[in-house]
Design a protein around this ligand. Structure first.
Ligand code: NAD
Length: 443
């Protein structure tokens, strides 16, 4: 099938590449000319495990191309995927300007049947708005061309995106057009050969399903973080509690890890956008508001630990930071808890020495050169002259470090574990002042 993908970010690139992998002829289009030029030189602008090899193989096979030419892009694909960003507006609602701009471009150029597939995460009712833009553009051109608009939200996880796309739990398709539904079933057939993965539903339910999934996952995290705060105050260990509840199959072990708050491009913006949608229809989003508030509080916990440990005197201190990306296996720094921590430390007059296996360029890009931030070549380099070490992102390589080396390098053996990856008893026995999340103060 001929496919066009608008937007070559995390979702567009993965979608385009995986659809090329199953034999489709894919043309990716992006307004960012620099990004397209890099892709055409064989460079991959984001870090996603396995993506570079897959892009190279499909480019070589002639099934995957990149362009900035919108007219060519609209002419190419029977299916036109919209995979552009939907960032938060000031009030938390989803900013649809990029999605509607793509709809306008498609309407300006289409001259035959097209299925416009919304893969971006968009509020309920967006397909209607896309349809309205297409009709308006076609009417302005005096054309009567058939088309369908379907919703096909994406559930991939950064860091495991290829596997998630190639072996999806489900593929949600919101469609009220029989021909478009069949095309979507055909497109996704190779991704669920053992078991039917395509769930067809009405467009509005599909749009809501994406927000419901992310809001549920964010709720699990905030719930555990609230309990962690409680456990700490009650002298209980949240890790024991986690095992105790996860063993109940109705609860399960997935996604109930306490930590220093959720970040990334999706949970924060999607929870806010869904709450905004609820308010628009005069329905108070009690749980969603609480999920967001708990997360905002949780993102300050690492700073609070340091502030209390140093009795409010952080000025002139140096803090070593392991992990900057919002989670492992990505270079994505959007809404990362590390940012809340670094910004609070700078505000308090402290310096940061940081290392992340993949997010160094992104951090440099965000903060530029500054005296109070040293981006180090390795995890151990961060420790030089540092008063404490904070683990912010649980990359595998941080899980079993050389604790003797850490202790010897730090000015004081203070370790703040934002992801509960270390064993408190072992840390205390090794002579650390160790703080974790919801496990009491293990000094
Ligand atoms: P991104 O910011 O990484 O990429 C968006 C891309 O779209 C950019 O390269 C930008 O230049 C391009 N773009 C903007 N306007 C354009 C236009 N008019 N024509 C062509 N290209 C244009 O965004 P992302 O993380 O890939 O997210 C895209 C959507 O998918 C969002 O709605 C997001 O919520 C959703 N989503 C993201 C993830 C994720 O893990 N990142 C997972 C599921 C769903």
């Amino acid at each position: 099938m001929k496919i066009t993908i608008f937007g070559s970010g995390y979702v567009g690139l993965v979608t385009g590449t995986c659809l090329a992998e199953t034999g489709n002829d894919v043309l990716c289009v992006d307004v960012n000319a620099d990004r397209v030029a890099r892709l055409n030189r064989g460079e991959v602008p984001i870090y996603e495990p396995g993506l570079d090899d897959m892009i190279a193989a499909n480019r070589n096979a002639g099934r995957l191309r990149f362009t900035t030419d919108v007219a060519e892009a609209v002419g190419h694909g029977l299916l036109q995927f919209i995979a552009v960003g939907t960032p938060s507006e000031e009030d938390g609602s989803a900013d649809l300007q990029y999605v509607l701009q793509v709809a306008k471009s498609i309407g300006e150029h289409m001259d035959g049947y097209r299925v416009v597939v919304d893969k971006s995460t968009v509020p309920v009712g967006t397909a209607d708005r896309v349809r309205a833009v297409l009709s308006e553009q076609l009417a302005a051109r005096g054309m009567d061309v058939p088309y369908a608009v379907v919703s096909n939200p994406e559930f991939l996880k950064e860091g495991a995106a290829i596997n998630d796309f190639m072996k999806p739990d489900r593929v949600v398709v919101g469609s009220d057009d029989g021909r478009a539904t069949q095309l979507m079933r055909d497109l996704y057939a190779p991704f669920g050969r053992k078991q039917e993965k395509v769930l067809v539903m009405d467009v509005r339910s599909a749009e809501l399903t994406k927000y419901a999934a992310n809001a549920m996952l964010a709720t699990k995290i905030s719930f555990m973080n609230e309990l962690a705060g409680l456990a700490e105050r009650l002298g209980a260990d949240i890790e024991s509690v986690r095992h105790g509840i996860g063993s109940d199959p109705r609860i399960g072990y997935h996604f109930i890890y306490p930590g220093c708050g959720y970040g990334g491009s999706c949970f924060p913006k999607d929870v806010k956008a869904l709450a905004g949608t609820a308010r628009e229809v005069d329905y108070q989003p009690l749980i969603l508001d609480a999920v967001e508030a708990v997360n905002a509080r949780q993102k300050t916990v690492l700073f609070q630990r340091l502030y209390e440990h140093f009795h409010g005197h952080l000025e002139g201190r140096t803090i070593a930071l392991w992990g900057l990306a919002f989670k492992p296996n990505t270079d994505d720094m959007r809404e990362a808890p590390s940012r809340t921590l670094m910004e609070a430390l700078w505000q308090a007059g402290a310096r940061v020495r940081a290392f992340d296996p993949e997010a160094m360029d992104e951090t440099r890009h965000l903060y530029g050169e500054r005296d109070d931030l040293a981006l180090c070549d390795s995890a151990y380099d961060t420790l030089e002259g540092a008063d404490a070490l904070v683990l912010c992102t649980e990359w595998q390589q941080f899980r079993s470090p050389d604790f003797d080396r850490i202790k010897a390098a730090l000015k004081q053996p203070v370790l703040v574990d934002g992801r509960n990856v270390y064993d408190p008893k072992r840390m205390v026995d090794a002579g650390f002042t160790y703080y974790a999340i919801g496990r009491g103060e293990s000094v």
